[in-house]
Design a protein around this ligand. Structure first.
Ligand SMILES: [Zn+2]
Length: 413
């Protein structure tokens, strides 16, 4: 592999300090080999095989994370299509979605239902382009919960990410947790409450009992996987999930003040999926989805602002799949709209997300020895973070040292 020199860059390294002007970053063998003020790097071993990119005018940042995607789901898909389509169509649909995610500047993503280990491994092997993936496979749910999308006559309405594994006791949840781990899950996802897209569950109830959640968390910890992520909308379910020891609360829309304090104490991470909260509801959406959203959405905005301004650790996640793939970094601007500074939003998408996924030894900051997952943009993210939502906002994307896009190309490779 040839070495890569990014010169004259403005550096936001993901450690939280002020940007540094005019830096050179040398990438060799997939990792960051050296960082120095422009012109001060000595390049003895690599000068014959070095590829240089003039990053003057660009801000260089760590590659971003999206901690909540569904690669094999598309927002405009009808319920009928979702339950009738052949499995291969579901899988192949993910190929352009994953590529669009990478080209948005997302070099690592957590798929919280829908993608299995084959998606992850195919990206690792270079079979398809996409962010490095951590996968949860499916959502674990109680009968009638968010992962049990059945109509009252028993008809299963969705075989997509809403369709989960069902159990109804702590022992039952231990078994389905072990099954997911056997199939290669990096994360376990649970339905701590009902949701919007499942007909018989309610966002304010309908989740695992606290004892069931503790059983899942204990089992996940015993196996040393990354952790348990809880889909949680209603206040009681969020609080129970935090007490049970999950690592991340997904959505968290109706969180109460006491739970905000508990999350800060315990270091539980909030993934507020503002891209999904603020989206237009598709005209394909079922009437029950519209009704539930209307009830939740106004209060959610106020509660998430409270959590974010109180200082809960936030990690960037969009629920892409419910919203369009490839617009992932729109979430950065929304995080700022909801109370983070632009620098805090960048950290939510980089260092915080890396820690959440237990990958902070490898990625999430620009430091010597870290894997070279890097993005560079002509946007000044501290002045105009909303502009990172634009297509091709990232003029340079490097993944594990491989140049995915560079400034002179009209189109990516
Ligand atoms: Zn989701």
């Amino acid at each position: 592999m040839s070495a890569l020199l990014l010169s004259h860059a403005r550096l936001i390294d993901g450690l939280g300090g002020a940007p540094r002007d005019a830096c050179d970053v040398l990438v060799d063998d997939g990792v960051i080999a050296a960082i120095a003020p422009t012109g001060r790097l000595s390049l003895p071993d690599v000068t014959d095989r070095i590829r240089s990119i003039d990053a003057r005018g660009l801000t260089l940042m760590p590659g971003f994370f999206d901690c909540h995607i569904h690669a094999s789901t598309d927002p405009d898909q009808s319920a009928l299509e979702a339950i009738t389509e052949v499995e291969s169509a579901k899988t192949l649909r993910a190929v352009p979605n994953l590529r669009a995610t990478l080209l948005a500047g997302v070099t690592t993503a957590r798929d919280l239902a829908g993608a299995d280990s084959g998606f992850r491994d195919s990206i690792d092997r270079g079979v398809i382009d996409g962010p490095r993936l951590l996968v949860a496979l499916r959502i674990l749910s109680i009968t009638g919960g968010h992962g049990d999308p059945r109509a009252i006559n028993g008809l299963a309405l969705d075989s997509g990410p809403g369709a989960g594994a069902i159990a109804d006791s702590p022992d039952g949840f231990v078994r389905i947790t072990r099954e997911a781990i056997r199939e290669g899950a990096d994360w376990i996802k649970i339905a701590a409450t009902g949701g919007m897209g499942s007909p018989r569950s309610h966002p304010e109830g309908g989740g695992l009992s606290e004892a069931e959640m503790r059983a899942v968390v204990d089992e996940a910890n015993r196996h040393g996987i990354a952790g348990v992520a809880a889909h949680a909308i209603g206040a009681d379910g969020i609080a129970a999930a935090v007490r049970a020891g999950v690592r991340s609360i997904e959505h968290g829309y109706l969180i109460e003040d006491a739970t905000i304090e508990m999350m800060i104490e315990r270091g539980t991470v909030l993934v507020p999926t503002l891209s999904t909260l603020t989206r237009e509801v598709s005209s394909n959406a079922a009437p029950w989805v519209r009704a539930k959203r209307q009830k939740t959405i106004e209060r959610a905005g106020e509660r998430l602002r409270a959590a974010i301004s109180a200082g809960v650790t936030v990690a960037l996640g969009t629920d892409a799949g419910i919203v369009t793939h490839g617009g992932n970094l729109r979430e950065l601007g929304l995080l700022v709209d909801f109370g983070l500074t632009p620098m805090q939003a960048i950290l939510a998408g980089t260092a915080n997300a890396a820690r959440l996924n237990r990958l902070d030894d490898e990625v999430g900051t620009i430091e010597v020895g870290k894997r070279a997952d890097l993005v560079a943009t002509s946007v000044d993210p501290l002045l105009d973070i909303h502009a990172l939502a634009r297509p091709r906002a990232m003029s340079v994307i490097v993944q594990a040292g491989n140049l995915i896009t560079q400034p002179t190309e009209a189109f990516p490779r």
